[in-house]
Design a protein around this ligand. Structure first.
Ligand code: SAM
Length: 252
């Protein structure tokens, strides 16, 4: 079955955007994944096709109406049954490679892109949406976060990356390490040499050096990931990922 992404947005023309190029674009044309972007405004029922209203309790900005959003979600869920419904929001759990792996192994996803101050909380709860953040930043809309999430998921789908490429060895792989640094020709550039070991032809030594570099980069750049990696290594039976999409441990 084709991995299907249903995006709900006020700006459907933003899709596929960058996902129409390179690996994701080719995979889209080959039918390895499918994308449909629906205009939330198409589900408004009043004469002005309004999708937002003023916030109860006062304050600046507008809030997306639950009835309009719910109708849009219902339509997407109908066309993409079984896919988790995700609301992109800075209030959500952080997107990470573990969640990306889980999503790409599933049937696809329904992505709700907010605008203005966001979406009425009642429809988020009523639809059991998973709230996901693209980072501790505030974007002007959920579309760029949706593109980011889809890019990360699509490249993990079967046949999308070249046969030689391995997601296992990349940064944020199952081991939770950052990747080692890369070098190519020329061997000397502006007086800077490629590390000697990479020119040696000794595969085992190269692998050892890369492993040490990956560990050093993780330890110095991301102490949070390093601590998690070490904790995981001390628990040999830990699967490294929680079984639930919301990032909370699976119930025993
Ligand atoms: N008032 C909201 C808050 O402070 O949490 C921010 C609203 S933001 C201006 C408008 C929309 O952009 C949000 O509804 C959400 O869909 C999207 N957005 C903003 N930052 C995001 C992030 N870090 N991750 C995912 N979506 C984000």
């Amino acid at each position: 079955m084709t991995w299907r992404a249903s995006v709900l947005t006020l700006f459907p023309e933003m899709f596929p955007g960058p996902l129409g190029y390179s690996l994701a674009g080719r995979a889209l044309r080959e039918g390895r994944w499918a994308l449909e972007a629906a205009d939330i405004r198409g589900f408004a029922t009043d004469r002005h096709r309004s999708v937002d209203d003023t916030p109860f309790g006062g304050g600046a900005g507008m809030v997306m109406r639950p009835d309009v959003v719910d109708a849009a979600v219902a339509d997407a869920v109908n066309r993409n049954p079984g896919a988790p419904v995700i609301y992109l929001t800075p209030r959500g759990r952080l997107l990470d490679q573990g969640l990306v792996r889980q999503l790409s192994a599933g049937p696809g996803c329904v992505l709700l892109c907010g605008r203005y101050e966001g979406v009425d909380q009642r429809v988020i709860e009523a639809r059991g949406m998973l709230e996901v953040s693209a980072g501790d930043i505030v974007l002007s809309g959920g579309e760029t976060a949706a593109l980011l999430l889809l890019d990360a998921c699509v490249r993990l789908l079967p046949g999308v990356m070249g046969a030689g490429a391995s997601a296992e060895e990349e940064s944020h792989g199952p081991e939770g390490l950052l990747e080692y640094p890369h070098y190519t020709r020329p061997a000397e550039w502006q007086g800077r040499q490629v590390p000697e070991v990479l020119l040696s032809g000794h595969h085992a030594e190269v692998a050892r050096w890369r492993r040490a570099q990956a560990e050093e980069a993780t330890r110095t750049r991301r102490p949070d990931l390093w601590a998690r990696h070490q904790a995981r290594n001390n628990q040999p039976h830990d699967r490294g990922e929680t079984g639930r999409l919301d990032g909370h441990p699976a119930a025993a």
